[in-house]
Ligand binder design. Sequence first.
Ligand SMILES: NC(=O)c1ccc[n+]([C@@H]2O[C@H](COP(=O)([O-])OP(=O)(O)OC[C@H]3O[C@@H](n4cnc5c(N)ncnc54)[C@H](OP(=O)(O)O)[C@@H]3O)[C@@H](O)[C@H]2O)c1
Length: 362
Amino acid sequence: MGKKEPGMKGSVVLLGVGQVGRSLLHLISGVNARTKADSRLNVIGIADSHAALLDDDALSQEILSEAAGIKETGGTLEQMKSVSPISELASALSPGTILVDVTASSNTGPLLETALSRGCGVVLANKRPLASEWEKAKVFFSHPHVRYEATVGAGLPVISTLRYLISCNDSFSSIKGVLSGTLGYMCSEMERGSSYSQALLSARDLGYTEPDPREDLMGTDVARKALILARSAGWPLEPDKVDVEPMFPDSLSQVTVDEFLREINTLDEEYAMRTSEAQTAGKSLRYVAKIDRTGAAVGLSQEEKGGALGSLSGAENAVIFRTRFYNDVPLTVCGPGAGPLVTAAGVLGDILDLNVHMRKDR
Ligand SMILES: NC(=O)c1ccc[n+]([C@@H]2O[C@H](COP(=O)([O-])OP(=O)(O)OC[C@H]3O[C@@H](n4cnc5c(N)ncnc54)[C@H](OP(=O)(O)O)[C@@H]3O)[C@@H](O)[C@H]2O)c1
């Protein structure tokens, strides 16, 4: 393949037009409205799992709004005029372009690697490429043109804090955190007296859970975040070094979603007991990730009531860094850790940062 010409300044290709992708398009349009023409972000490509829309100069605001409207109502980009196959996305990857992965796909790795090999930047809210086996994932942790703030704690400055500590030559002894808004919400509801089934159904009603809530309850999403934190701290753990305690039994893993939801009240007694054991010990039950250089454990844990994790309420996240400099009193980052808008804000921050960084490199 011939050498690609440098992309226009601020060119962005977006993989995924779901909740986060649509919020991001909205935020980009807001930033562009108050930015000089030569500093704007130009969205030159977008894709869902079916098709892509491409324009070398920039997709117009009208086209982007129409695409977002179609996706909002459950349609596909195939319904738009002048669509291209997803395989043509690679043609938009010129040096300096930023490829943004806001899918939840395991298959975007090769395109992300192509982007890096062509001098593009990569921004991820998708955890999967970062949490696969180390041999495949390591390029994303070592390349200067990769950002992934929104993968842990959504828009909270978790990864940037970690990178700042590393740049100051600090070293980590452990990282601990509540990294799932959904499971955090359930734990704090159970602490307030709700049963497991009530807490789960209410999390579902609030839109906190995946359509199949077992995807949250099995803890693998938290395990991916734990791996990302570990690897960012310089501990190249493999996925099998993360012990995961799911919040439902194996016997309910194969049934349909409806059957699962019919059975969840059979779990009320067990989780009421776990919650009350913690309370009797003067603690709060939380779903916690504990990480150090040897491995990670993800599961329910009794935490100090007034402490950084025990005092969390609702869907809040917190990450506690214990380091050489922050040893007696650790450094804690805490706040809302989920939601399409704050996640998109984290992604936008990464795009703007990378854009400045890559301009300096040119
Ligand atoms: N929502 C949050 O609060 C939050 C917080 C932190 C991180 N995240 C992460 O952000 C990512 C996006 O979340 P979301 O809530 O926006 O998910 P979502 O609503 O399910 O959207 C995912 C989008 O990705 C598209 N997609 C899937 N595979 C693709 C592929 N191979 N190529 C191009 N597009 C593809 C889907 O297309 P179709 O519509 O055609 O299926 C859909 O448009 C996930 O990795 C999630 O874990 C989300």
